[in-house]
Design a binder for this molecule. Structure first.
Ligand code: AMP
Ligand code: GLY
Length: 415
């Protein structure tokens, strides 16, 4: 089978890597891909939002399965367009992807079907939002409703900060027309639970935890994620069972009930609070960088799973026992402004897996091409062994403009 992967980051590199382990795959294409993906797949120069061009390419090349990475492609309706052309594609429809693209849709769904989440109110009027926030205890959790690449959440510890954020989200054009969801502030460790979902069927993946802050000790600005690991010792089997039943399965059933059955990866961003496990957000796709530590642990043939989800069939998932821990190498300055084009050397000396997040070739030199550049994964019998291996590999990579966190996994390793 020929397979097309849509996207260009570490997540897509990990998906491509998992596909290379399937005996059913004859050839892998990736649109648009990156320099690391180009070593194992043929990169096609089509952007992830050019859905008609992607469809035409898939039809012309006889692609048997297309796998969608990024949310922008889903929100642009790539799954609907492929299905209308009779092409098999792994991912949710535009209507189902609202669980990620619209916070208000997700929140109302959770309220209607009793899926545990933070209490919330949605506002489109600045004065009303401000008055509501002023009447409640701080910190205030403010979420811009719409796709905001992880930058649409503000946790304001003073009323001044809250006001500035509300003005930005509701009065400036910076974000476009929108709403703000004001949520109760929750506390506790966060974890990510990704499930393959096909209508009522839910197949759980192993758990992972992302690290959103830029610097060690969970300091500094929020990023797209600076590292991840799996498994999670602080989530018990009972927690996992509770989450699967009362959050993931219930949400999958709710989507069917609402007339927009979900197919693809349903990603639960969850928090283990003193009052139980609650949803922080849903995503309609594989998490990045969680995918880079979860898929290496998958023992089953991923093509069987993708096809079962897309076709409404059956699948069994088996997992390796080893732990994985991955560290992001990011451009200095990220998530603010940063330079591109710095040469990267030493990848041939690395022992484990390295997924490319933002790289490209300049002649025969590999150079940085994004905020997050590489994702270095260590595998080990324990998480601490996996971390040691990841950091040893990080030390083998040379580039004068990268930084990384050294404490990925601290939540699990300090206890
Ligand atoms: P989100 O984009 O919704 O995942 O939010 C980004 C980050 O903001 C989360 O990973 C949490 O660390 C934090 N956050 C979001 N919602 C809440 C909340 N209700 N209470 C506390 N922290 C939150
Ligand atoms: N790692 C968080 C996300 O993929 O949105």
């Amino acid at each position: 089978m020929k397979v097309l992967v849509i996207g260009s980051g570490g997540r897509e590199h990990a998906i491509v890597d998992a596909l290379t382990r399937s005996a059913q795959v004859e050839k892998i294409y990736c649109a648009p891909g990156n320099a690391g993906i180009a070593r194992v797949a043929e990169c096609v120069d089509i952007r992830d939002t050019e859905v008609e061009r992607l469809r035409d390419f898939a039809a012309a090349e006889g692609i048997g399965l297309t796998v969608v990475g990024p949310e922008v492609a889903l929100a642009a309706g790539v799954v609907d367009v492929f299905r209308a052309a009779g092409l098999r594609i792994f991912g949710p429809t535009q209507a189902a992807a609202r669980i990620e693209s619209s916070k208000e849709f997700a929140k109302r769904l959770m309220a209607k079907y009793c899926v545990p989440t933070a209490g919330f109110h949605a506002f489109s009027d600045y004065e009303e939002a401000r008055a509501y926030v002023a009447s409640r205890p701080l910190p205030a959790v403010l979420k811009y409703d719409g796709l905001a690449a992880g930058k649409g959440v503000v946790i304001a510890s003073t009323m001044e900060e809250a006001d500035e954020a509300l003005r930005g989200m509701l009065l400036d054009d910076r974000f476009g027309e929108g709403k703000v969801v004001v949520e109760d502030f929750l506390e506790g460790p966060e974890f990510s639970f990704m499930c393959f979902v096909s209508g009522h069927k839910v197949w759980p993946m192993v758990l992972a935890q992302d690290h959103k802050r830029a610097f060690d000790g969970d300091e500094g600005p929020n990023t797209g994620g600076m590292g991840a690991y799996s498994p999670l010792p602080f989530i018990t089997a009972e927690d996992e069972e509770f989450t699967l039943r009362n959050i993931m399965q219930r949400t999958a059933d709710a989507m069917v009930q609402e007339g927009c059955p979900f197919t693809g990866v349903l990603y639960g961003g969850l928090m283990k609070t003193a009052q139980g496990i609650k949803v922080i957000e849903f995503n309609a796709r594989f998490g990045d960088p969680e995918t880079e530590v979860v898929l290496p642990r998958l023992k089953s043939d991923i093509v069987d799973i993708f096809c079962a989800v897309a076709d409404g069939g059956e699948a069994t998932l088996e997992w390796h026992d080893f732990a994985t821990l991955g560290v992001v190498l990011a451009s200095k300055g990220y998530p603010g402004s940063y330079e591109k084009g710095h040469e990267i050397k030493g990848l041939d000396r690395v022992h484990g897996k390295v997924y490319h997040m933002g790289t490209r070739m300049e002649g025969d030199r590999l150079v940085t091409a994004g905020g997050r550049v590489l994702f270095v994964v260590g595998e080990g019998a324990t998480l601490s062994e996996a971390r040691k291996r990841a950091l040893e590999d990080v030390a083998r990579i040379e580039c004068d403009n990268l930084f990384h966190r050294t404490d990925i996994g601290h939540w699990a390793l300090s206890k």
